[in-house]
Design a binder for this molecule. Structure first.
Ligand code: HAM
Length: 422
């Protein structure tokens, strides 16, 4: 039996990869205009990085990581997200010394063993940005504005930005107790998953997907109403900064995020075109993570977004207009006398960066013409004995049917002008 790709993973075949490339190019341009620089880290790390960084009790660490023991006996994990790896790298290379506010971005594959469904994969891709070194709420606003600008500039509609504050070590413990007191009353009716979260991670009960849990927690106290002065002021400043950029947002006290490292700002960008997996992007502030992973106390904020979810949304909204890659010139050989000359011409044109093609399968003239058409070649040149004798060829522009006769010794120059113009 032929082998197939693993459930929850996808091949990006040539008919799709041009879309990925065009989106990736635009993402990079936008990241660069916000002055973020690319960081690439290994796809696997020591497991301890993620258990310490993301939190032992999260779904990601508890249920979803691809963890294996290597031949040296060390526990390794395919990264389920980038923030922990970026922070590890930031500490290891003293990036903070080079740049007090380090602005880093990535576009990379991530791995989570979740139940696959539309918009949810086991190997998926994220683009994201991390700003490490700033406490100011304007940095949070810049990160949110960057994410929003990406969707805007790509023409994506039907999105909404939800923001919240999840507090800090000072205000969260008090709130947690208040929330547990409220939840105690309805504990017996909560879903099994929410009951499991009650002790250690009761905030996550607020973003339970279970309809009954939602109804039971409708009037639950929310973190945003229990913030300490510092977190409260930060949340106010964030909103002021977002308003000054005319970035629309809604405060949603139920956004808690599924990773433990967040402090203060938490946010999500949702799309109404995604069905149940409606989060395009998520992020927030993580002021304790750098220290927790062995660095100096350093505030930070960032976001990550699913590339596949972006592409699904763009496809739904018909935002792909670009034509797939096609040859500028297709050489058709009318007989064997021209083969070698064509082979050399194609090579020489490629040296000038012109995409061109010829037949390698010994096809008939008619079949070669069909192939040139199928590949949407901009120009076709038919060469046979006659052309070889005359040392001249006809260049046919496929869109208009226009033909022009060109001497063979001028062909390279003329084609490089013509093809660059199309
Ligand atoms: P996250 O919310 O776990 O955050 O993931 C961010 C985005 O990745 C999601 O909103 C979604 O678009 C996409 N995503 C997550 N899981 C899957 C999946 N199984 N299949 C397809 N797409 C998926 C983080 O990863 C944090 N590191 C974000 C962050 C950066 N916070 C601060 N800095």
């Amino acid at each position: 039996m032929a082998l197939k790709s693993i459930k929850g993973t996808k091949d990006i075949i040539p008919s799709e990869s041009s879309r990925w490339q065009s989106v990736e190019r635009r993402l990079r341009d936008i990241m660069h205009s916000f002055n973020y620089r690319e960081i690439r880290t290994p796809v696997f790390e020591e497991t301890a990085l993620f258990t310490r960084g993301i939190g032992e009790l999260t779904d990601i660490v508890g249920k979803e990581m691809y963890t294996f023991t290597d031949r040296g006996g060390t526990s390794m994990t395919l990264r389920p997200e980038m923030t922990a790896s970026v922070v590890r790298s930031y500490i290891q290379h003293n990036l903070g010394e080079l740049q007090p506010l380090s602005k880093l971005y990535y576009i990379a594959p991530m791995f989570r063993q979740e139940r696959p469904q539309a918009g949810r994969l086991r190997q998926f891709h994220q683009f994201g940005a991390e700003a490490i070194g700033g406490t100011n709420a304007e940095v949070d606003a810049e990160v949110i504005a960057l994410a929003v600008s990406i969707y805007e500039q790509l023409g994506v509609k039907n999105t909404s930005v939800r923001i919240n504050s999840v507090g800090c070590q000072i205000c969260r413990p008090n709130y947690k107790t208040t929330l547990q007191e409220f939840l105690k009353e309805v504990y017996a009716q909560l879903s099994q998953l929410s009951q499991q979260r009650f002790e250690q991670n009761p905030l996550r009960i607020l973003d339970s997907k279970d309809e009954n849990d939602k109804a039971l927690t409708q009037n639950a106290p929310l973190m945003k109403d229990f913030l300490c002065d510092s977190c409260g002021a930060h949340f106010e400043q964030l909103q002021r900064a977002l308003r000054s950029l005319n970035t629309n947002y809604e405060v949603d006290g139920r956004i808690v995020r599924g990773l433990d490292y967040y402090t203060k700002t938490a946010f999500e960008i949702l799309s109404t075109d995604l069905g149940s997996q409606d989060a395009l992007a998520g992020g927030g502030r993580y002021d304790l993570l750098v220290k927790q992973l062995g660095g100096k106390e350093t505030p930070a904020v960032g976001f990550a977004a699913g590339v596949e979810r972006l592409l699904i949304t763009m496809e739904k909204q018909n935002l792909f207009t670009e034509e797939p890659l096609h040859p500028g010139v297709y050489f058709v050989s009318a007989d064997s006398s021209s083969k070698e000359w064509i082979f050399q011409q194609v090579h020489a044109l490629r040296q000038q960066g012109i995409c061109c093609e010829m037949d390698f399968l010994g096809r008939s003239l008619k079949a070669q013409m069909r192939e040139a058409d199928r590949q949407h070649a901009a120009f076709v040149i038919v060469v046979g004995e006659q052309e070889m004798n005359d040392a001249a060829v006809q260049i046919k522009q496929m869109k208009t049917g226009e033909q022009q006769r060109v001497a063979m010794n001028e062909l390279q120059t003329i084609l490089s002008q013509l093809v660059n113009r199309t």
